[in-house]
Design a protein around this ligand. Sequence first.
Ligand SMILES: C[S@@+](CC[C@H](N)C(=O)[O-])C[C@H]1O[C@@H](n2cnc3c(N)ncnc32)[C@H](O)[C@@H]1O
Length: 234
Amino acid sequence: MAAIGGRAQQVVCGRLFAAAYEWLLRGSERAGLADRRRDLLTRARGATVEIGAGTGLNIAYYPDTVTELVLTEPSPYMARRLRTRAAQRERATRVVDAVGEKLPFPDASMDTVVATLVLCTVVDLAKTLSEIARILRPDGQLLFLEHVRSGDPRLAAQQDRWQRLWLLFGHGCHCNRDTARAIAAGHFTIERITYGQMPKAPRIVRPLIAGVAHPRAGAGTGWSATSDVDHRAF
Ligand SMILES: C[S@@+](CC[C@H](N)C(=O)[O-])C[C@H]1O[C@@H](n2cnc3c(N)ncnc32)[C@H](O)[C@@H]1O
């Protein structure tokens, strides 16, 4: 009985989240988030995979330098909307049912991986980053745009306090993840990172990072050098 209730709850929440997603984000998108997406994606090139593509808010911004586009999405309710958008794209675009923790692509097969507002939600961040590093070619790139744990200890403490409730509201989203540190900790060297604010968003999900990272040969630990750090607020 509990299992049936749990499954029914998942279905209802999944449907509601997919239906409300763009409405919830619309203020932020109009106030600058859409511009951040477009700026980031101008760098996309070659064979490209997007992780947890949601309803496809990035699709419009992929440039012609992207030769092959694969959008992964594990939620069937998000994927339905994603397929509709992908079908409107002039160039061939595949939608694939997959989680970031297990990407159905061969080693070193991709030039670009895109992750926007998704590394906060994957269940296992370290595994997802290791999968992204695995499928990227040695000269490949991870393009990321993510809300993250605040560098301000007071706001970070607030994020920690709200985390459990936010998990429910954000359908699995962690508002307190130190994603930049996780990216640099194991598999990537961050070439460029910009710190800013998600406009018109609740305080606990406002701290935002955008940037480019490259896979590192062999796993390392600690914070990698950032060659181009821009503290411009957006
Ligand atoms: C906040 S939405 C972001 C959607 C889109 N990336 C965007 O920028 O608008 C998070 C997405 O991650 C997906 N997701 C949840 N768990 C995931 C996982 N383990 N691996 C990959 N994607 C996941 C959700 O279904 C949802 O579409």
